[in-house]
Ligand binder design. Structure first.
Ligand code: 13P
Ligand code: SF4
Length: 340
């Protein structure tokens, strides 16, 4: 295997990556990517952090797989020189905000998030100004610009804890996910003002098809991510973050689960409980998959390339980084105090 990259090839690849913003370069088809990635990890003192929605091969080469909170905690603590973030842009950006001296690379710069896109900072700034008595709790699935306009960040695993850290009388804006916000309103009895954003993957599930599936599998439990819409959550036997869902399937004696979240998580569920059956909740269209098109932009080939060329990497204005760091740090402190 040729592991050397000539300066010309490197420069050519670098210009292509810079020009197109993501990588679509040819790789020697005989290259064993698993071995090559392990070599690059050692050579570059790199760590691969992957979200559960990544394709199975990526999860299998990752050093840590987790939900958004776990990934942020790992990014903050790591001693690696390079963080390879196998997830979407806001996750890699959060890693850079928390640990700015590290190089943070992402396999595909175009791996965005429909939820994050539903909340543009200029519009949100105006909205916030219209409600000066409110504090802002923002879900981590948002841009650095939105984080900088927030008082505290939350994830699906700590949203209840974060919201309850404010007195009951405190008016709160919750952005950008209206479904998670409505769910937290329900479990806390609060009446937060919700930004009208949603995730394209979690809004796609069909109540009718899930109901039919439950008839065919009467012992199966429905487990759902709180980004799902209220009628799905009302039917669910358990609601939680991706880590919460995974732990529930390990602990619970049920042998069959209908899983209402992105299908990538099934890889870990099946690995950790091979004797159990996991059925992806059916979407409301003719496509049989619940894949996030953003998460699935990442491939093993792109992981290899971004490690080899250390591109594309995340960079941001230092004032923006500092402003976005404050509410993330507040989340980290409340989470740690709450044992998360
Ligand atoms: P968690 O993994 O934090 O539950 O978030 C799910 C998600 O939508 C990530 O984009
Ligand atoms: Fe964004 Fe939804 Fe994809 Fe998560 S699953 S990255 S919230 S679009």
């Amino acid at each position: 295997m040729n592991t050397e990259t000539s300066p010309e090839v490197f420069q050519n690849a670098k210009s292509q990556i810079e020009a197109i913003g993501f990588m679509d370069l040819d790789i020697d088809p005989t290259l064993d990517l698993f071995t090559a990635i392990e070599r690059l990890k050692k050579e570059k003192n790199a760590v691969i952090l992957a979200h559960y929605y990544q394709e199975p091969d990526i999860q299998d080469v990752a050093d840590y797989i987790g939900d958004s909170l776990g990934l942020a905690q790992q990014a903050e603590q790591t001693n690696a020189d390079m963080i390879v973030f196998a997830g979407v842009h806001f996750m890699a950006e959060t890693a850079k905000i928390l640990n700015p001296t590290k190089k943070v690379v992402i396999p595909d710069l175009k791996a965005g998030c429909s939820l994050s896109d539903s909340c543009p900072p200029p519009l949100f700034k105006k909205f916030r100004e219209q409600h000066p008595d409110h504090v802002v709790v923002s879900y981590i699935n948002c841009s650095a610009g939105i984080k900088a306009l927030s008082d505290v960040i939350c994830t699906s695993s700590n949203a209840k804890l974060i919201v309850e850290s404010f007195p009951e009388t405190q008016p709160i804006i919750f952005a950008p996910d209206k479904n998670l916000g409505a769910y937290i309103n329900k479990v806390t009895g609060r009446d937060m003002l919700l930004w009208n954003g949603a995730c394209m993957v979690h809004e796609i599930f069909s109540l009718e098809k899930i109901s039919k599936l439950k008839v065919r599998h009467p012992d199966a439990k429905l487990i759902a991510h709180p980004e799902c819409e209220e009628p799905i959550l009302r039917m669910a036997d358990y609601i939680g973050s991706t880590t919460g869902l995974l732990k529930y399937t390990q602990k619970d004696d049920t042998r069959e689960f209908i899983v209402a979240t992105e299908a990538g998580i099934l890889h870990q569920m099946m690995k950790q409980s091979p004797q159990k059956t996991f059925i992806p909740a059916p979407p409301d269209n003719s496509c049989a998959c619940n894949d996030c098109p953003h998460m699935k932009r990442n491939t093993l080939e792109k992981i290899y390339l971004c490690m080899e060329y250390e591109l594309p990497d995340i960079n941001m204005d230092e004032d923006l980084r500092k402003a976005a760091l404050k509410p993330i740090q507040r989340m980290m402190e409340i989470s740690a105090a709450g044992g998360l």
